[in-house]
Design a protein around this ligand. Structure first.
Ligand code: H2U
Ligand code: ZN
Length: 355
């Protein structure tokens, strides 16, 4: 098989971060669709919602009142999935009934006081404050001796199960390493043992040479559709310098991260002229105090939309029972994302006629 076959022939691609394969069926993109079309919720346009539990000055569950914050605001999740004071316990029966207690902390981070904003419509200055807040939260959680991994993420849009349009994300910090981090860490370690370099540094070099999967880039970050993408418009955001977590980013890199977050999310919104749903999050070194030279900071964006604002990809059938599958190739997806305007559609007037 050679690279020119990838646009037309069924094939599988390997994800070197997880060791898992994805089936790609590019010949299938013309298949008709008569299935479910999602309702889109109308876009929020009020900058303050008196019933929102994240807006400044409003009361949350349990009655705590949010401060009149002006930038970002972080607090302990009132319905935390993990608790710091969980007593250590273990069940291990015949290797078949195995359960371990898990302690940790859950935080909620409001990105802006303005209820109707999204990351895609925030200024670089405001996004930089979000980056700084993530760094601050990461550093505090990382210094807790009981916390060994910190997962920063955002669920955006009702389609992804997000409970509230107010711009916000979450941080879950665990005593152990979650599955995805564990898989990546093993892959990074194995790669470094064999090649002496970091897997993502080498992968970035390959992609910068080939160009065809790049979406956006600046002096410090590159956003691309990875060769092994599962979700139609999945993006991998990689730091050019190999740092193991956001606390190692210097001033210019933090601003560059804010800029590329803006660029990536604007391109997503512009693709189908809708507030594009996704789950995104950073993968960073474990926070057990160890040194992780093999770990290379990156973020994943997993958006569910497939071919319009209302048609989504379902991970069902073959995907649940066998392996993930996609129709449009990573190269086509990257090309579509590269070709949309770099300015947000809601800030750039009506579309030209005929588009
Ligand atoms: P999601 O929209 O991504 O689900 O995040 C909202 C989080 O906010 C959710 O985890 C928390 C929920 O537990 N929350 C509070 O901490 N306080 C509240 O008053 C309501 C929701
Ligand atoms: Zn709000």
């Amino acid at each position: 098989m050679n690279f020119s076959d990838l646009a037309s022939q069924p094939h599988r691609r390997l994800n070197p971060l997880t060791g898992e394969w994805v089936l790609v069926s590019p010949h299938r993109t013309q298949r008709p669709w008569q299935g479910q079309v999602e309702e889109i919720a109308p876009e929020t346009t009020a900058s303050y919602d008196p019933s929102c539990y994240l807006c400044p000055g409003n009361a949350r569950a349990g009655g705590v009142e949010n401060p009149l914050y002006a930038g970002t605001f972080a607090f302990d999740n009132d319905f935390a999935a993990l608790k710091p004071d969980t007593p250590p316990r273990k069940i291990e029966e015949q290797g078949l009934l195995v359960a371990h207690s898990e302690s940790g902390r859950c935080r909620v981070v409001c990105f802006s006081p303005q209820h109707d904003l999204t990351l895609s419509r925030m200024s670089v200055g405001a996004l930089r404050r979000v980056v700084d807040t993530w760094v601050e939260e990461f550093s505090i959680l990382a210094s807790d001796p009981h916390i060994h991994s910190v997962q920063i993420f955002e669920n955006r849009g009702a389609m992804m199960g997000c409970s509230n349009p107010h711009p916000h994300g979450q941080i879950w910090a665990n005593e152990t390493l979650p599955n995805e981090l564990e898989k990546e860490l093993t892959a990074f370690r194995d790669y470094r043992k064999v090649h002496g370099t970091t897997l993502l540094r080498d992968y970035l070099e390959v992609e910068l040479a080939k160009q065809e999967r790049l979406v956006a880039s600046n002096d410090h970050f590159v956003a691309l559709v990875p060769f092994w993408a599962v979700w139609p418009f999945e993006i991998l955001l990689i730091s050019r310098r190999c740092v193991s977590a956001i606390d190692q980013l210097h001033d210019q890199e933090r601003t560059a991260l804010a800029e590329i977050l803006q660029q990536t999310t604007i391109r997503y919104d512009n693709l189908f002229r809708t507030s594009f749903p996704y789950t995104m999050g950073f993968h960073q070194r474990p926070t057990d105090g160890g040194d992780y030279p093999e770990f290379h900071l990156h973020a994943h964006f997993y958006p569910p939309l497939l071919r319009s604002a209302t048609i989504r990809k379902f991970m069902v059938g073959y995907e649940m029972l066998a392996m993930p599958q996609r129709d449009i190739t990573a190269e086509t997806a990257a090309q579509w994302l590269r070709n949309v305007p770099a300015q947000h559609y809601r800030d750039s007037g009506p579309p030209a006629s005929g588009t």
